[in-house]
Design a protein around this ligand. Structure first.
Ligand SMILES: [Zn+2]
Length: 210
């Protein structure tokens, strides 16, 4: 956009407004030339949204769908999109058979994403002195667990000792379920507990430790 009076490209955007009709999407700009002060309007037509291939990973399976996006924008890993299967977070973008972290939407072949609506699956180990009851739990992604929490799980009342997250081991603080890999806990002789995870058990197994 150059100034129609003096030809300068030092243009300040005073205001912009998107307009959508059945056939096209336009953005109307009110502009001011920083050199001569001339104020003028410019209309830029944007491309209408079109569907893009979207593959959403969820635990062990994946879903194929499409999502309508406006080709004028840019997409990058970490962006959150609202798909027909709920909110998803972009993990990578395929452009010309290559996986990239950032691309102009019009160049994209496929968008890869993780669902952020499905529960987080974590491991929960109860140390039974040489034997372990090991559980898989499905929890809300925002559910917080802290070392020191007293928890009812199955037939046990336990105290959380260590939380292993994607990148560290916590013995204090707290972690949200979406970053937790496994929680390690030991039975305690309490009748009261902070919360009950029994209903969230997806799978259980018992093993002897060597
Ligand atoms: Zn000018």
């Amino acid at each position: 956009m150059d100034c129609p009076i003096c030809g300068s490209d030092e243009i300040e955007i005073l205001n912009s407004k998107q307009k959508s009709s059945k056939k096209k999407l336009t953005e109307e700009y009110l502009l001011k030339c920083e050199d001569c002060g001339h104020v003028f309007k410019d209309i830029v037509s944007l491309k209408k949204p079109r569907p893009y291939r979207l593959i959403i990973s969820e635990q062990d399976k994946s879903h194929k769908t499409t999502i309508d996006l406006s080709p004028s924008d840019e997409l990058k890993s970490g962006d959150v999109l609202l798909s027909d299967l709920g909110q998803v977070e972009v993990t990578s973008i395929e452009v010309n058979d290559k996986r990239v972290n950032k691309a102009k939407i019009e160049d994209i072949d496929t968008i890869w994403a993780n669902s952020v609506e499905i529960p987080a699956r974590i491991g929960f180990s109860v140390d039974l002195h040489g034997e372990v009851d090991s559980y898989k739990l499905d929890l809300d992604r925002d559910f917080e667990i802290a070392p020191g929490d007293v928890v009812k799980i199955d037939k046990h009342v336990v105290k959380v000792h260590v939380i292993k997250t994607q990148d560290r081991k916590l013995t204090s603080g707290f972690a949200k379920a979406n970053v937790i890999k496994r929680v390690y806990a030991k039975p305690v002789k309490f009748n009261n507990y902070d919360y009950d995870l029994t209903k969230d058990i997806f799978k259980k197994h018992h093993r002897k430790e060597l």
